[in-house]
Design a protein around this ligand. Structure first.
Ligand code: DGL
Length: 261
């Protein structure tokens, strides 16, 4: 079973991409809706939450883990990979690889939570491969709560997105990484505000592709994953709003099961 976690429902954008690419594979999802957002918490807290979330998914029978959260990926990858002896995927590397493929001017913008942006992990990974790339990042702490609330098309959301993107617009970036798994839900607004000459990178598809490739090359791991096309969705807090937003992301009727970690 593939286990996927996020701080909330944003990681469902990754679930959707994995379901599209690997429709037979069983999935168990955990969204930590009671403790969201992670993006303004300390690294130590996010590492602890990530370890707990992974343990929960392992208890459910997961044998491959996806950290579908940029915040967790940027601060907890090393610790989680060192603690558990199974494939652990993060969302940052696929986004970086994709951005380097797309960018012609090597002028790349990144938006993400405070924790992700202040970790500097995107810049580091881009500069490892292209040392002279121009990289500009902006933290957007208000966007996760707006998405969790389902404010995907409100004029207030448009205004806030415009304000956050302004410094990137003036730098004339040609590629923008959505460095948070919640942001693909705001893609229409973001694309409109940043302008059509900028390529927008959402790591979910690239990640699903990478997992597909890995499983094809590692049949012993692939054989251990159950394939009945089943998906279970657990969250640490259920509200009608979370369910509504979750269904609109997954594009099918799903039930969120409550669990306390
Ligand atoms: N989806 C998470 C991410 O990718 C949101 C983090 C948060 O909860 O602040 O960073």
């Amino acid at each position: 079973m593939i286990g996927i976690f996020d701080s909330g429902i944003g990681g469902l954008t990754v679930v959707r991409a994995i379901m599209d690419k690997l429709p037979d594979y069983d999935i168990v999802y955990f969204g930590d809706t009671a403790r969201t957002p992670y993006g303004n918490k300390s690294g130590r807290t996010v590492v602890n939450y990530s370890l707990q979330n992974t343990e929960f998914l392992l208890d459910q029978g997961a044998n491959l883990i996806v950290m579908a959260c940029n915040t967790a990926s940027s601060v907890a990858t090393e610790t989680v990979q060192a603690r558990f002896n199974l494939p652990i995927y993060e969302v940052i590397t696929p986004a970086v690889n994709q951005s380097l493929k797309m960018s012609k001017k090597m002028a790349i913008g990144i938006i993400g939570t405070r924790a992700t942006i202040s970790s500097g992990v995107y810049e580091e990974k881009i500069h490892e491969k292209v040392p002279d790339a121009r990289v500009y990042s902006v933290s957007c702490p208000l966007l996760v709560p707006l998405v969790e609330e389902g404010w995907l098309k409100k004029p207030e959301t448009r205004m806030i997105v415009k304000k956050y993107l302004h410094p990137l617009k003036v730098r004339q970036i040609d590629t923008l990484i959505l460095g948070c798994t919640h942001y693909p839900l705001l893609k229409p607004i973001i694309a409109h505000k940043i302008g059509k000459r900028v390529s927008i990178i959402d790591s979910s598809m690239a990640l699903a592709e990478e997992i597909n490739h890995f499983l094809a090359e590692n049949p012993q791991i692939d054989q251990g994953l159950s394939k009945n096309g089943k998906a279970d969705f657990f969250v640490s807090d259920v509200t009608p709003q979370f369910e509504k937003t979750a269904r609109s992301v997954i594009k099918q009727h799903i039930t969120l099961k409550h669990v306390s970690l």
